[in-house]
Design a protein. Structure first.
Length: 167
């Protein structure tokens, strides 16, 4: 798969997951789920590289958000960029969906010859976050949300309802 095909595949996977989360739980829950997916990526970075690597991840997220701000400012039809407050809702099902797509992208990273899979996953999630918000998140608020502890669950309290088939 080419670099561009990999990026497009990841962004389509993330987009489909966001649409599913929004359909099942609503827009605010989908935004919360996207944050959960980003936290999952950050947690993987911490496990693999420690807090220094996490700071690099945070910087990459901030750079991508700032890039979107500059892009908006350079587009004469866009007007001024709008800063939007992150919703405070949390819904387990949307979080599970978005953590799952993050994990699927990480699995794709293990079989891909493309070194950008992790970055495409992060940028895809951030782009979806901005799109779902309808504006740009305040950086300090987003940074706090990325560092917040992810709620833990057990199989008994799983957000997955119904029969599960293991293949």
């Amino acid at each position: 798969m080419s670099n561009m095909q990999t990026r497009e595949t990841i962004h389509r996977m993330i987009g489909a997951s966001v649409r599913t989360a929004a359909k099942l739980s609503g827009r605010d829950a989908a935004i919360s789920g996207i944050l959960s997916g980003l936290r999952h990526l950050r947690d993987v970075v911490v496990l693999q590289g420690g807090e220094d690597a996490a700071r690099v991840f945070d910087d990459q997220v901030r750079e991508h958000v700032l890039g979107r701000v500059l892009s908006t400012m350079n587009n004469p039809t866009s007007g001024e960029p709008i800063t939007v407050v992150l919703p405070k809702s949390s819904e387990a099902r949307a979080g599970a969906i978005m953590r799952d797509v993050s994990e699927s992208c990480l699995v794709l990273n293990t079989v891909s010859r493309d070194e950008g899979v992790f970055t495409y996953t992060m940028t895809g999630l951030v782009d979806q976050l901005i799109d779902q918000l309808g504006g740009l998140p305040n950086w300090s608020e987003l940074e706090d949300a990325l560092r917040a502890a992810e709620p833990s669950w057990t199989w008994e309290t799983s957000p997955i309802k119904g029969d599960v088939t293991i293949h």
